[in-house]
Write a protein that binds this ligand. Structure first.
Ligand code: TYM
Length: 327
C-alpha cells in the first residue's frame, strides 16, 4: 500500500481553502493508502502563537480532520509535537539544506516581508517540512498549490541524501487537485484565501455559522458585469466563486455556467452560499460531537504511538547512514 502524509498548521481556524485544496483529498486517499495526517504545531510556532490559543487550535484542527471524514481507525491522526522524531530529523535536514534554497522560498518571502524581526524557524521551516514527509517515506503528499515549492525542495533533499549517504528515501510526489488547488480570497482574487488575512470577510472558515457564510458570500467582490462565466483571466473573482461552487456541488463548471445563463450574479451567489452551508453544516455538527465526546485525546495518543514506531525506523536508518553512533 502506498503511503500518504500531509499536515495543516493550527495557526487559526481552517478555511474553505484548506478544505477544498487539501483536507477533502485526505478523506478520499484514506481508503486506498496508508495515511498519516498531522496537525503541524511545531510549524505553527514559526510565528508567535498565544499558548492557550495554540492548544485550542491544535485540538480544533484534529477534530475537524475527523469531522471532515477522516476515520482514525483507518488513518493515523496525530500532533507533530507528539512524535519527537520530527524535530530531530528536522535538524538533520536543516544541516543538508542550503541557505540559497531557503532564500528562494516564496512563502518565506511573503511571511517575512515588511517585518522588523523574523524568527530563524520561519526561514528553516521547509527543512522541517521535508523531515515530516521523509520520516514516513511517503509516496504522495496531498497539498494545495502554494506548497508546491516546498515539495520540490523536499524532493531535492531526498535526492541529495540518497546520493550522499546511499539509497534511503522514496522521492515523494505532490498530489495537487486539478480544480481548487488555489482557492482565492473573497475580497481580492489575486490573493489566496488565507486565515491570516486581517479582513475576516476575505475567507470562510470551516466553523463559520450559516448566516456568516451567507453574508460573506453576498459581499464577495465581483466585477461590474453580470455574466456567470469561468474566465480566470478577465473575470478572476467570478471564476473563483464558480470553482468553489463546482467543488461544493460536484457539478462541472460548464453546467454551472449554463444554470445561471442570463440571470446575473444575485441568484448565483445565493445558491453558492447554500452549497457552502450544505457542505459545512454536517461537518460542523460532527465537529461539535467529537469535541463533546472527550475521545479526541485518546485518538491523538494512539495516532502518535503508531506514527512514532514508523518514524523511529526511518530516523535510526538515517542516523546510521550519516555516521552517528547508534546503540
Ligand atoms: P497550511 O497550514 O498553510 O495549509 C494546509 C493545506 O491547505 C492548503 N491551502 C489551500 N489550498 C487551496 N486554496 C487555498 N487558499 C489554500 N490555503 C491553504 C495548503 O496548500 C496545505 O496543503 N507547510 C504546510 C504544512 C505542512 C505540511 C507538512 C504539508 C507542514 N509539514 C508536510 C504537507 C506535508 C502549510 O503551511 O500548510
Amino acid at each position: 500500500m502506498k503511503r500518504v502524509l500531509s499536515g495543516m498548521q493550527p495557526s487559526g481556524q481552517l478555511t474553505l481553502g484548506n478544505y477544498i485544496g487539501a483536507l477533502k483529498n485526505f478523506t478520499e486517499l484514506q481508503h486506498t493508502h496508508d495515511c498519516y495526517f498531522m496537525v503541524v504545531d511545531l510549524h505553527a510556532i514559526t510565528v508567535p502563537q498565544e499558548p492557550a490559543a495554540l492548544r485550542e487550535q491544535s485540538e480544533a484542527v484534529a477534530a475537524l480532520y475527523i469531522a471532515a471524514g477522516i476515520d482514525p481507525s483507518k488513518a493515523n491522526v496525530f500532533l507533530q509535537s507528539h512524535v519527537r522524531q520530527h524535530a530531530e530529523l528536522g535538524w538533520l535536514f536543516t544541516t543538508l539544506t542550503y541557505m540559497g534554497e531557503l532564500e528562494r522560498m516564496t512563502q518565506f518571502k511573503d511571511k517575512s516581508a515588511g517585518k522588523d524581526s523574523v524568527g530563524a524557524g520561519l526561514f528553516t521551516y521547509p527543512s522541517l517540512m521535508a523531515a515530516d514527509i521523509l520520516l514516513y517515506n511517503a509516496d504522495l503528499v496531498p497539498v494545495g498549490d502554494d506548497q508546491k515549492q516546498h515539495l520540490e525542495l523536499t524532493r531535492d533533499l531526498a535526492h541529495r541524501f540518497n546520493q550522499r549517504f546511499g539509497d534511503t528515501y522514496t522521492i515523494p510526489e505532490p498530489y495537487i487537485p486539478q480544480v481548487g488547488a488555489r482557492v482565492m480570497s473573497l475580497d481580492d482574487a489575486s490573493n489566496k484565501m488565507s486565515k491570516s488575512n486581517p479582513n475576516q470577510g476575505s475567507f470562510i472558515t470551516m466553523l463559520d455559522a450559516p448566516d456568516v457564510i451567507r453574508k460573506k458570500i453576498s459581499r464577495a467582490v465581483t466585477d461590474s458585469g453580470r455574466e456567470v462565466k469561468f474566465d480566470p483571466q478577465n473575470k478572476p473573482e467570478v471564476s473563483n466563486l464558480i470553482s468553489i461552487y463546482a467543488q461544493c456541488s460536484k457539478k462541472p463548471v460548464a453546467e454551472i455556467e449554463a444554470m445561471y445563463d442570463g440571470q446575473g450574479y444575485g441568484p448565483f451567489k445565493k445558491d453558492l452560499a447554500e452549497q457552502v452551508v450544505g457542505l459545512l453544516e454536517p461537518i460542523q455538527e460532527r465537529y461539535r460531537d467529537i469535541r463533546a465526546s472527550g475521545e479526541l485525546h485518546s485518538i491523538l495518543r494512539e495516532g502518535a504511538e503508531r506514527a512514532s514506531v514508523q518514524a523511529e525506523k526511518m530516523l535510526r536508518a538515517t542516523k546510521e547512514k550519516m555516521g552517528f553512533l547508534v546503540l
